[in-house]
Structures are given as structure tokens and as C-alpha cells.
Design a protein around this ligand. Structure first.
Ligand SMILES: [Zn+2]
Ligand SMILES: [Zn+2]
Length: 262
């Protein structure tokens, strides 16, 4: 498995970081975790090289907020990809009609394409488990305005973003090679901002949760856009110390080393 972060920022693509998007390449399947503005990086020559031979792309959406979906169009226009399947959470996870929502995006005047003329396939995610391109993909509900889902592919990785830390979801994260978990405000800022604390996963609860789940490795995602690199490094270093789990700092466009999970 090869994981290439394409967008590691939450909410805003600023300070040189794109919004949420991660390319996950297995020998036999390609996934995109969310399609924020980072999906535009799929057009960069270095990323296109990784996509050589990929004809089918499975997009797994955590939810529909724009920082996770603005790049659907950018992913869709990668010429080498012949079929793009969007796995879209619906009831009981999220009250949404993805066909209708994505149709609005893929129609004039927002787009020169219409959904009917594209090779896009939208498949609802309405249960806890699906086999996608030979891989076992699991989903569970998370607390976020409008709802979101946690996503796990085999034992290779889990993607947990746009949620508060939910102890009750630890059971979905056992025996995991890589836990990708949202890391929003640092301890100092979280103490001052109850509102954000109730919408996102902030430092203290994340550190305690990672220590409890004990994945082989952890990668923070959906990083607070207002922090500079030094502030992020400091927070991530402290996370590793506090959780006792090796933490990987994601770098956009750079494959994260794989421990070879299934
Ligand atoms: Zn978000
Ligand atoms: Zn959100």
C-alpha cells in the first residue's frame, strides 16, 4: 500500500496546504479518501506518475462539506482514469441525496459537464461494510454538523476526520497499521474555544485516544489551517510523546513510508 497525502489542511486551502484529499494505492486498486482541493495535485507530473496504470478510482467520502468535495471535479478530469466511482454516505449515516447534490455540481452554470455525460458512478454507502475492488471497507457514524463517517480499508488504514474524538469508535480501529486522525486545535487554543471543541478533534482528546487505540503508526490529518509549519511540528512532536505511538507528519505529494499492511 502506498499513501500519498494530496491535501492535509482542514477547511481552507491556505499557507501552501490543500484541503483534505489522500491517494491510497494498492497493487490492485486505487482509492481517494475525500476530494478536497488537494485532488488538483493529481494533475501534477509527479503524482501522475504514481497514477500510471490506474484506470479505475474509488472515491470514499467522509461527508459532503466543500473542503472535502471541491476537488471531485479535479479528480474527474484526470484523463488516464476511465471510471470514477464515488462511494457516498447516505442514511443512516448522513441525511443526503448524493445523486442530487453531485448532479448540481456537475451541471451548468457550475460546470461545463453534466452528470449524465460523465463516466461518474455514485454508489450509496448505507451499511457498515462493503467490498470495494477486492478490499474490505468499513464505515461508522461520527459526530459532526450534518454527520460524517469513519472509514477503514482492510487492516491497512483508517481515516477519521471531521468528528469529535469518540471513544465508542475505538472498536473499529483495532489491529490497525495506520490511523489517520483529525488533529485540529492545540491544547492552548482548544481551551479557549468550546465551539470548535464540539465540532472537531482537538489535541488533548486525540492524544489520549491514539494512546488507547495503539495503531502501529498514526498520521494527523485535517490540520488547522491557521497554524504555520513550526506550530504543526511542535504539536505533532508533542502528540508522539504523549501517545507513545510513532507519528508521521504528512507532506503533500510525498508518499508516506508503508509498513506493508494488507
Ligand atoms: Zn473539513
Ligand atoms: Zn466537515
Amino acid at each position: 500500500m502506498k499513501l500519498i497525502p494530496l491535501g492535509i489542511s482542514g477547511y481552507l486551502p491556505i499557507n501552501g496546504r490543500h484541503s483534505s484529499c489522500f491517494l491510497v494505492l494498492f497493487d490492485d486498486a486505487a482509492f481517494l479518501l475525500d476530494a478536497g482541493t488537494g485532488a488538483a495535485r493529481m494533475h501534477e507530473p509527479a503524482i501522475r506518475e504514481h497514477l500510471e496504470g490506474v484506470r479505475e478510482l474509488h472515491v470514499l467520502l467522509s461527508h459532503y462539506h466543500v473542503d472535502h468535495t471541491a476537488g471531485l471535479y479535479y479528480a474527474f478530469t484526470v484523463r488516464s482514469i476511465e471510471r470514477m466511482v464515488i462511494h457516498a454516505p447516505v442514511c443512516p449515516f448522513i441525511q443526503a441525496d448524493p445523486e442530487e447534490a453531485i448532479r448540481r455540481y456537475f451541471s451548468p452554470p457550475l460546470n461545463s459537464y453534466t452528470l449524465d455525460t460523465t463516466q461518474l458512478v455514485i454508489e450509496p454507502v448505507n451499511g457498515p461494510e462493503k467490498t470495494i475492488a477486492g478490499h474490505t471497507v468499513r464505515f461508522w457514524a461520527q459526530k459532526h454538523p450534518g454527520g460524517s463517517v469513519g472509514i477503514r480499508i482492510d487492516n491497512a488504514l483508517a481515516y477519521v476526520t471531521d468528528t469529535v474524538v469518540m471513544e465508542e469508535n475505538a472498536g473499529h480501529l483495532q489491529d490497525l497499521d495506520l490511523l489517520m486522525h483529525e488533529l485540529w486545535l492545540n491544547e492552548e487554543d482548544a481551551a479557549k474555544d468550546e465551539h470548535e471543541n464540539n465540532r472537531h478533534a482537538c489535541f488533548g482528546p486525540v492524544a489520549a485516544f491514539v494512546a488507547k487505540v495503539k495503531p502501529a503508526r498514526m498520521m494527523p490529518v485535517h490540520l488547522y489551517p491557521g497554524y504555520d509549519d513550526a506550530a504543526l511540528s511542535a504539536m505533532i512532536g508533542e502528540l508522539e510523546r504523549r501517545s507513545g505511538v510513532p507519528v508521521i507528519m504528512p507532506q503533500e505529494g510525498v508518499p508516506a513510508a508503508s509498513a506493508g499492511g494488507s
